[in-house]
Ligand binder design. Structure first.
Ligand code: NOJ
Length: 715
């Protein structure tokens, strides 16, 4: 039976979705499953590197249009090895019973057909999927030789039937290497459009490779890894990429990973997210590499995530965990990252957390001690954020060649043993997380942290989880008074370890001193019957004026009051764990949302509301000279311009210097409301604060269709 519930939005319960199925089958018949309702903050993601996962069908191993890229012996680590979408589909029940509710698959869009060579002359194939040629088609190695969506549709349908979500990886930043093979050629559903060598229509940037990875202009406009760098400010490219994203969304993708987000036009990605959110809620996963919270680009990353409602991969946390557990570091670093990010991100629970991925050595490569890997996994699965498990970790998979760096971090999955130790441990942890709101969505607060001891609380209203991790090789003493208070223990109440000793954890008895066993992790829970309002997530996080927004949580009762920026809102539905309302038409920017349940308990959070349809506008300021240390911002009455605020964090900017023009004007690509009249002012800041702002606003009509350019002079 075809499923078409997409057209009814994403906030349906089971019953209404059944009604929708019946009704919708009269409207349009489709053979695939549309994107699903989305309570993403409760997901646990399994990262599948498709080529290395499972060979579901042999007939696509060495397809006719791209022969010779496949290595049946699996000796050439840079050749295709046979994994495909049919294989992922076949193994969904295995992933589901691990307790993962979503998969992120490596790019399955059509990649180049001609082989490359590495420095040693070995054949190199785009088995990873990051060398795109046609974003409108599925690669013949992963699906069919007709490059249709058949196998992709079957995968999303099977996943949705299992109540699982599918997140696709879209490398919209670039095509393929511009210096050989296919010269970065771009196709549209089989039609050749352009390549980097003969770029008559200016689909590509032609700037040098990025040399300063802390220069926002270079990051967005320069090239990386010799890849054809698409210009998302080109009208054709903008439309084409948005249509490709829409196509995958309409074929059932529930989320889109923005590969190399740091290197792609930042404003454009907000326009893209807006176009995805306007069709249905969708998880937008932004891959923005950072070394840590002290990375010079950290502040830009935070602003990018907050303004556009994009979930960033939590690189600072991954790096901190890797250092603390495996590289002789210190758990206080983990604590610092968690605490700082909790302050900076609107919702740190929507950060994507991980301990390894396809671009770094697998965790067991950097720590050979299995117990330490298990403790890291348990920390990941009890911490805030949406956790990601890299395929094979549950089987202890790794290859030690060259320290396990790329490509040796992408071995073929060897076994699907559901009784493997890591598999069973992850199962316990995911089951706890899935059934406990404090563990999946609670706010995280540190109770105690030292070099090798980390005790933290997760709190969701009146529900609490406390996690006590010790990396000490000996017993560690812990004064449990604060833990007992956090859990609300009375007298000598006892809390058993929710993992039942699986990681050498112990019971908590009253408020006495505890002796934590060497290398252990204990979880203690308090599930209260008290009803207290708690907001777990607001989706989509960058809501569109006039469109549905869902508040997920607990303790909302059956009715109450909801307000946004102090003004009461009408709701379209109200249940104990979910409230739905339409974002107001006239209020934009970052706004405080408050829920007051009928029992008077209150909860607050924030969301961003953007204007109905965003288009990309490049503002250019041509005649301005700034003193050293000064930066130019754009303020104004739209969400992207800070909704009237003159604070640098709220306004658009700082503007960049166009290094590609002789005049070197200031420029910035900003998501603006299509067709609307906007008032904006330029403002100059230095390290001490506001230096000057324009006294007279610019009154400008935004274009209906983006992207376009508006030039201004200071007034
Ligand atoms: C980041 C991806 O994760 C990586 O594997 C890829 O090579 C680059 N982006 C370029 O697409």
């Amino acid at each position: 039976m075809p499923s078409t519930n997409f057209i009814f939005g994403n906030s349906m319960n089971k019953q209404s979705s059944r009604v929708a199925l019946v009704v919708s089958s009269f409207i349009v018949l489709q053979s695939f499953s549309m994107a699903q309702a989305a309570d993403f903050h409760r997901d646990i993601i399994y990262q599948v590197f498709t080529d290395r996962f499972f060979n579901g069908r042999k007939d696509n191993d060495n397809p006719p249009q791209s022969p010779g890229l496949f290595d049946a012996s699996r000796k050439n680590w840079k050749a295709y090895w046979g994994g495909d979408l049919a294989g992922v589909k076949e193994k969904l029940p295995y992933i589901k019973s691990l307790g993962c509710s979503a998969i992120w698959i490596s790019p399955c869009i059509d990649n180049i057909n001609k082989p490359d060579n590495d420095a040693a002359g070995n054949m190199v194939a785009p088995y990873h999927g990051y060398h795109a040629r046609d974003f409108m088609r599925v690669d013949e190695h992963f699906g069919d030789s007709d490059m249709s969506f058949k196998d992709f549709d079957a995968l999303t349908k099977a996943a949705h039937d299992l109540d699982m979500r599918v997140f696709v990886d879209m490398p919209f930043n670039h095509t393929s290497p511009y210096n050989h093979a296919e010269y970065g050629a771009l196709y549209d559903a089989g039609q050749f459009r352009s390549d980097v060598e003969n770029d008559r229509n200016k689909y590509f940037h032609h700037l040098p490779a990025v040399s300063d990875f802390n220069d926002p202009y270079q990051l967005q406009y320069g090239t990386i890894f010799y890849l054809g760098d698409l210009d998302q400010e080109n009208q054709y490219v903008d439309t084409y990429l948005k249509q490709a994203a829409a196509k995958f969304q309409s074929h059932g993708a529930d989320g889109t990973r923005l590969d190399a987000a740091k290197h792609m036009n930042w404003g454009w990605q907000h326009v893209l997210a807006n176009s995805l959110y306007n069709r249905a809620d969708h998880l937008v996963l932004g891959e923005w590499w950072l070394t840590g919270i002290d990375d010079p680009m950290y502040k830009d990353a935070v602003k990018f995530a907050n303004k556009g409602g994009i979930s960033l991969y939590d690189f600072p946390l991954a790096n901190a965990i890797r250092k603390a557990f495996a590289e002789g570091g210190d758990l206080t670093l983990v604590d610092q990252v968690v605490s700082q990010e909790n302050k900076d991100f609107i919702d740190s629970n929507e950060l994507l957390t991980f301990i390894d991925n396809h671009d770094m050595s697998r965790f067991p490569n950097i720590v050979k001690d299995k117990k330490v890997t298990q403790l890291a996994l348990a920390t990941l699965l009890t911490s805030r954020g949406i956790p990601i498990i890299y395929y094979g970790t549950e089987q202890g998979l790794y290859d030690d060649t060259k320290g396990g760096e790329d490509p040796y971090d992408r071995p073929m999955m060897q076994s699907f043993d559901q009784s493997a130790d890591n598999y069973k441990l992850i199962q316990k942890l995911t089951a706890l997380r899935q059934t406990n709101l404090a563990l999946s969505s609670g706010k995280q607060r540190t109770l105690f942290c030292s070099k090798d001891l980390y005790v933290f609380e997760r709190r969701a209203g009146a529900d609490v989880a406390v996690v006590a991790l010790s990396l000490k090789p000996k017993e560690a003493l812990l004064d449990a008074a604060e833990v007992a208070t956090s859990l609300g223990l009375v007298d000598n109440e006892v809390r058993q370890d929710a993992l039942a000793g699986a990681l050498s954890g112990i019971a908590l008895e009253g408020a006495k001193q505890l002796s934590l066993p060497p290398q252990s992790l204990s979880i203690w829970l308090t599930n209260s019957n008290k009803s207290s309002a708690f907001i777990a997530a607001i989706r989509p996080p960058a809501a569109t004026a006039g469109k549905a927004v869902t508040v997920y949580g607990k303790g909302f009762g059956t009715s109450g009051k909801l307000s946004l920026a102090g003004e009461a809102l009408t709701t379209s539905s109200w249940a104990d764990d979910k409230i739905v309302f339409n974002a107001p038409l006239l209020k934009h920017g970052r706004l405080v949302l408050e829920v007051e349940a009928a029992n008077s308990s209150k909860a607050k959070s924030e969301l961003v509301v953007v204007e109905n349809k965003l288009v990309l506008v490049r503002f250019v300021v041509s005649d301005l000279k700034l003193a050293a240390g000064e930066q130019l911002y754009i303020s104004g009455n739209t969400s992207a311009l800070g909704a009237g605020s003159l604070l640098p964090n709220d306004m658009a900017g700082p503007m960049l210097v166009n290094q590609d023009s002789d005049e070197k004007p200031y420029m910035l690509a900003v998501p603006m409301p299509a067709g609307e009249s906007v008032e904006l002012k330029l403002a100059v800041y230095n390290a001490k604060g506001l230096v000057r702002a324009e006294t007279k606003p610019h009154n400008l009509k935004m274009p209906q269709l983006g992207p376009s350019v508006i030039t201004m002079t200071w007034q």
